[in-house]
Structures are given as structure tokens and as C-alpha cells.
Ligand binder design. Structure first.
Ligand code: URA
Length: 242
């Protein structure tokens, strides 16, 4: 993303905006080896920027998106096999990546950002961010299975019990059950594997909530930016300062 030089210097922690402007007009700032004295000139985090000959580390302006991911997209920035990736659904002028992942066949709420500090905080096992899913199976679910899911189950290939989960049935017939399940761990394909551990195959999976965020107002395949307050609250959940 292109930004004014003084803004890049400020974001990189070199100086206040005012002082950054003074550095530029004094001819102390160079971009890609060339002194720049013009205040309106725009550059990107990819350019090599020096102040008094010392290289600064430019930081992209943080951006935060909430995407309603459709099925059929993988949660990566690029795919060597040419499969569709979630970043194709978002503005193309920013380098963003997903916060965690949803399987290709899972739909729903996915955050994307270029803010590594927040991403690390949200994914760190020490912080327990609730993730809410609607999981459908083609069967009636037994009371024993519900209890096991709530208390913790052992996933295939992993001897550790899952942490207690909140699980409730939200729609049921004798051929299909829709459940809402809230977990805070982020093990690979966790919800599908939890149901598999109690004998059921998940036939449709949608993430409907991430912490206090929901899909309200964001239809499938669409996105919105997080508000400043939402970003602040996410930071608070991770115990970090913005
Ligand atoms: N659990 C799963 O099984 N799949 C996902 O995509 C997310 C959670």
C-alpha cells in the first residue's frame, strides 16, 4: 500500500509526524538511495527507506477484515496447486493473511489482517477466545455423545482430551441434527474430529462466532472492516496493548 513518506516514518516509530516532515525537508531521508525532500511523495513498505543513511523498518498500516468465507476456499494467502484462496475475496492492495484457518469445506467467520501482534495473541493457547460453530450431522445425536463432547474427547492420533465445550442441539429430526458448539482450542479440524470421536460425521460446518464477533450483516462471500472498538476489544482479550 502506498503511503506518504512522513506517515511511514511515524508508523515505523522514527519520529512524530511533525518531526518526520522536518527530517524530509532537511534532506535527511532517502528512498531506494535517492534523497526525497517532497512532503507529498508516496512509497510502500517494500521500498528501502533510510534516515541519515540508517535503514528503517517500514510497517504497513494495520487493516482488519471479517470475512464470511464460502465453502471451496482455502485459508491461505497463496496455493501452489492453484486452488482458490480466501485472500482472493478481499481487497488486493494489502498484504493480509488469515487469523487461523477454516477447512476448505467449512464456511463462516474468518478474520484477516496484517497485524502480526494481534494474530499471535489471538492464536496463542494461553488466551481462550471462544469460537462458535454450527455443525450438522445426518443422524439423531445420542445423549451420551453430547455429554462426551461437553466433557472432552480424545481426537484420533492425539491422546489429549479436548477442553470442555458448550454444546446444544438447535434443530433436530430423526434424520438430521444441527448443533451449536463453542470451543476455545484451535486444533486441526477440531470440530469434525470431535464429532468423529463420538461416532458422527459432520456434513456441514459453519463458524458463526469468534469471541464477541458474529456474521451479522455479512452475507456469504462478503466482508466488512472491523471497527476501531472491535480491534481494541480483541487486543484486550489477548492482554496486549495496541
Ligand atoms: N473445526 C473443524 O473441523 N474445521 C474447521 O474448519 C474449524 C474447526
Amino acid at each position: 500500500m502506498l503511503q506518504r513518506l512522513q506517515k511511514i516514518l511515524t508508523a515505523a516509530g522514527v519520529a512524530s509526524r511533525r518531526r518526520a516532515e522536518d527530517l524530509i525537508t532537511a534532506g535527511r531521508v532517502a528512498v531506494n538511495g535517492q534523497i526525497i525532500t517532497e512532503l507529498g511523495a508516496k512509497f510502500s513498505a517494500d521500498d528501502t527507506i533510510t534516515v541519515d543513511g540508517k535503514k528503517i523498518v517500514a510497517v504497513d498500516t494495520p487493516v482488519y477484515y471479517l470475512l464470511n468465507k464460502p465453502k471451496g476456499y482455502i485459508s491461505s494467502v497463496k496455493d501452489e496447486r492453484g486452488r482458490k484462496t480466501v485472500t482472493a475475496l478481499l481487497p488486493q492492495n494489502e498484504r493480509i493473511y488469515p487469523v487461523g484457518r477454516l477447512d476448505r469445506d467449512t464456511e463462516g467467520l474468518l478474520l484477516l489482517t496484517n497485524d502480526g501482534t494481534l494474530t499471535n495473541g489471538l492464536l496463542h493457547p494461553r488466551f481462550t477466545v471462544d469460537k462458535t460453530y454450527v455443525a450438522s450431522i445426518r443422524a439423531e445425536i445420542s445423549a451420551a455423545a453430547l455429554t462426551a463432547l461437553r466433557c472432552g474427547v480424545k481426537l484420533d492420533g492425539d491422546g489429549r482430551l479436548t477442553a470442555p465445550a458448550k454444546v446444544r442441539v438447535i434443530a433436530a429430526s430423526n434424520t438430521e441434527t444441527k448443533t451449536e458448539i463453542v470451543i476455545h482450542e484451535g486444533r486441526n479440524r477440531q470440530v469434525r474430529r470431535m464429532f468423529a470421536a463420538v461416532g458422527y460425521e459432520v456434513v456441514a460446518l459453519k463458524r458463526t462466532g469468534f469471541a464477541f464477533l458474529t456474521l451479522e450483516g455479512v452475507s456469504r462471500g462478503k466482508w466488512r472492516r472491523l471497527t476501531d472498538d472491535e480491534v481494541k476489544m480483541l487486543y484486550e482479550l489477548t492482554g496486549q496493548k495496541r
